[in-house]
Design a protein. Structure first.
Length: 194
């Protein structure tokens, strides 16, 4: 199966190409907006796929159990710098599935800046696995640029993007979308069927 080379995601990429944290140590506006759709739950089991520098773990990890995955070894350097050793990161290609995670475990799954980095055949596997490990009623929060082409070959506009991305996550409903003008990104909020 084709995939974007792991070597593309270097320390330089995480330092200069990601939104990251604001000067006051909070996650950037897009990530805060995305997570606001989940409310401020406590005691949730959270899966953060493509965790990058660890913004999700830092923002909600103290109140919830967060399992953070990323494809890149370079991500772990920034992840630990931002979170210390209080939160673990697992280096794993999400398109290989999560056979070690039991079904219907997570209350919340976050995929921030992930779908634009995978090919459709990878996203199909990721979508099926995300739904499998999500508890009934769980929220699946996705943030992705609105673009045509790129590595993923997905996205044209917000409506098409949301519907197209949603099609990779069976047994879910599209709850909401949120548009960010700068940079042009879309939050896509799904909920697993009960």
């Amino acid at each position: 199966m084709r995939s974007v080379p792991q070597s593309k995601y270097t320390s330089d990429y995480y330092e200069h190409c990601c939104e990251g944290f604001t000067e006051d140590g909070l996650p950037g506006r897009r990530i805060r907006t995305l997570l606001s759709h989940a409310g401020r739950g406590v005691g949730l089991h959270v899966l953060d796929i493509g965790c990058g520098r660890g913004e999700v773990a830092k923002w909600i990890g103290g109140m919830n159990q967060v399992v953070s995955l990323d494809y890149s070894f370079a991500a772990s350097e920034f992840f630990y710098k931002n979170n210390g050793d209080t939160q673990p990161i697992i280096i794993h290609d999400a398109s290989k599935g999560f056979p070690w995670i039991r079904s219907e475990y997570f209350d919340l799954v976050v995929l921030a800046d992930v779908v634009e980095h995978v090919y459709p055949e990878q996203l199909k596997i990721i979508g099926i696995e995300v739904v499998r490990v999500s508890a009934p009623g769980a929220l699946i929060l996705i943030d992705t640029p609105i673009m045509k082409g790129g590595e993923s070959e997905l996205h044209v506009d917000i409506k098409e993007s949301a519907q197209e991305v949603h099609s990779y996550f069976p047994y879910t409903r599209l709850v909401n979308t949120h548009w960010h003008k700068k940079p042009e990104h879309c939050n896509i909020i799904l909920q697993k069927d009960l």
